[in-house]
Design a protein around this ligand. Structure first.
Ligand code: SF4
Length: 434
C-alpha cells in the first residue's frame, strides 16, 4: 500500500522559509513499516494534482481544516482512502468523517499501525482511539522526510506531552489527557546527540515546565550537550532565579511565554491567575534578558475586562520590556477548549463553524466581546501587531535591547522580526481554504 502524508496549509498558497518542520508527520513516517510513503508539506511545496498513493493521511488543525477538507474530497474522488488526525479531527470526528474514511483521535502511536493493517485488508474502522494514554518510550521521528524542503533552520524535538494547567482558551488538556508524560532520558539524549548542533533546537512541548523535578532532569541532560535551544514555558519558571540560571546554563536562548493579559480579572477568567506568581511581568522579562534568554511574548484579547485601552497598554509593556517577538491575538475559540463551549452556550459566536465559513477571513472577529465591538477588537489587535513591528521598534528592541551581546541571539532575533513583520500582513484577511 502506497502512502502519502500531507501537512495542509491555511489555503492554497505557499509560505516562504518561516514554516517549521511538522514533527507529527515524522511520527507517522517512522511507523509506516514496509509501506512506501511520500510526504508533502502544502505550506512549502505544491501538492501534485494526482498522487501515486492508495492511502492519504492528513494532519489537521482548526485553521487548516477547510483546506484539508478540500484536498481530502479531491483524493477520495480519485478512490483513495483518506485518513485524518490531529487536534481538529480529534475534537470534531463527525465533521472530519464527512471528508475522510477514518479518523485517528489523540496520539497516533499504535493506532496508526493498526489503521494501516486494517486498510491493507480493505477494512479500516471509522474511528481509532486509545483506551488510555500510551507511554512515550520508543517514540521515534523520521526527520529524513524534511530533507530538501524550505523550512526555518530549526530542529524540532519533544521531551513530553501534556500540561499542568487548564487554561480556558487552550485545548491541550483535552487532547493529551490529565497525565504528564515524559520520554525516557536515554532515548532523548541519543536523539539530541544525532541532531545538527549548528541549528537552534525547538522543544515543541506545550509547556516545558512540566514540574520542577522533570525540568531539572531535562536541564541536567542538556547541560553537557552544549546545544542552543528554545521552548514554550509557563511564566512560573521565573519564580526561582536559580531555575532561570539553570535554564541559561543548559543552553536555553529563547522562551515563548504566554503573558496573555495585564488585567488580573482577565487572568482569573481564563484560569491563569497563576501567571502573576513570578511577580511583575517587567521584572520577569529583565531577569530572562539578563541571562541571555530572548522572549517571544504572546497576548490574547477579548476577555470580559478587555477594552481598546488594555490592548494599547499591553503593546506599551511589550515595547518597554523589549520583547524580541510578540503576538497580539484576538481570542480564538477553537473546538476542544472550554472557551469555545462557553461562548457557544452564551450564543456569542458570530459563526459557530468559523473555520469552514466561506465568509470568514483570518483576523476577523469570531465572537462578541463584552468590552468593545467585535470589529474594534479585531482592528486593535491588528494595529498592535503593526506597531510592534514598525522598523523603529525592531531596531530599538533588537539592536538596543537589554541582553548581554550575542551574535547568535542578534541574528535569530533579527530574522524572526523580519519574518513576523511580513507575516502580520500576509495572513490578515486571508480566506481559509483559498
Ligand atoms: S499553560 Fe499553555 S499549554 Fe498549558 S494549558 Fe495554559 S495555554 Fe495551554
Amino acid at each position: 500500500m502506497k502512502i502519502a502524508l500531507i501537512c495542509p496549509n491555511l489555503g492554497n498558497y505557499r509560505r516562504s522559509s518561516d514554516a517549521m518542520p511538522p514533527l507529527a508527520m515524522a511520527v507517522l513516517a517512522a511507523r509506516c513499516g514496509q509501506h512506501p510513503y511520500v510526504f508533502y508539506d502544502d505550506r512549502v511545496e505544491t501538492i501534485p494534482e494526482s498522487l501515486d498513493a492508495d492511502l492519504v493521511a492528513l494532519s489537521v488543525e482548526t485553521f487548516t481544516a477547510h483546506r484539508a477538507y478540500q484536498l481530502a474530497d479531491a483524493f477520495r474522488h480519485e478512490g483513495k482512502i483518506v485518513v485524518m488526525g490531529g487536534y481538529h479531527p480529534t475534537f470534531l470526528p463527525e465533521e472530519a468523517l464527512q471528508h475522510a474514511d477514518a479518523v485517528v483521535r489523540g496520539d497516533a502511536e499504535g493506532l496508526w499501525e493498526q489503521l494501516l493493517l486494517d486498510a491493507g485488508r480493505g477494512k479500516p474502522r471509522r474511528v481509532y482511539q486509545n483506551a488510555g494514554l500510551p507511554g512515550l518510550a520508543g517514540v521515534r521521528f523520521e526527520r529524513g522526510i524534511f530533507a530538501g524542503k524550505r523550512y526555518a533552520p530549526m530542529e524540532l524535538v519533544q521531551y513530553g506531552r501534556g500540561c499542568r494547567f487548564v487554561c480556558d482558551f487552550c485545548s491541550i488538556h483535552r487532547f493529551y489527557g490529565n497525565e504528564l508524560r515524559m520520554r525516557p532520558a536515554d532515548e532523548l539524549r541519543a536523539e539530541l546527540q544525532s541532531l545538527d548542533r549548528k541549528r537552534l533546537l525547538f522543544f515543541v512541548d506545550d509547556n516545558l515546565f512540566s514540574g520542577e523535578a522533570s525540568l531539572q532532569a531535562l536541564l541536567a541532560l542538556l547541560r553537557p550537550l552544549k546545544l542552543r535551544w528554545a521552548c514554550q514555558i509557563s511564566i512560573d519558571v521565573a519564580r526561582e532565579p536559580a531555575l532561570l540560571d539553570q535554564l541559561a546554563e543548559a543552553g536555553c536562548r529563547y522562551v515563548l511565554i504566554g503573558f496573555e493579559s495585564l488585567e488580573p480579572a482577565n487572568l482569573r477568567q481564563m484560569k491563569k491567575r497563576w501567571n502573576h506568581v513570578s511577580g511583575d511581568y517587567l521584572r520577569v522579562a529583565r531577569n530572562l534578558h539578563q541571562r541571555g534568554i530572548g522572549i517571544y511574548g504572546t497576548f490574547v484579547f477579548g476577555y470580559d475586562h478587555d477594552t481598546p485601552d488594555t490592548i494599547r497598554r499591553s503593546l506599551d509593556f511589550a515595547l518597554e520590556a523589549r520583547l524580541e517577538i510578540a503576538n497580539f491575538n484576538p481570542l480564538t475559540p477553537t473546538p476542544g477548549s472550554l472557551l469555545y463551549e462557553r461562548l457557544r452556550d452564551e450564543h456569542r459566536l458570530l459563526s459557530p463553524h468559523w473555520w469552514i465559513d466561506p465568509q470568514y477571513r483570518y483576523g476577523d472577529p469570531i465572537f462578541i466581546p463584552r468590552g468593545m465591538p467585535a470589529d474594534t477588537l479585531a482592528q486593535a489587535c491588528f494595529e498592535a501587531k503593526k506597531q510592534f513591528y514598525v522598523w523603529s521598534s525592531i531596531t530599538r528592541r533588537v539592536l538596543l535591547g537589554d541582553q548581554p551581546f550575542s551574535w547568535f541571539n542578534l541574528l535569530t532575533a533579527s530574522t524572526a522580526n523580519l519574518i513576523s513583520r511580513r507575516e502580520v500582513y500576509r495572513k490578515q484577511g486571508r480566506v481559509l481554504g483559498a
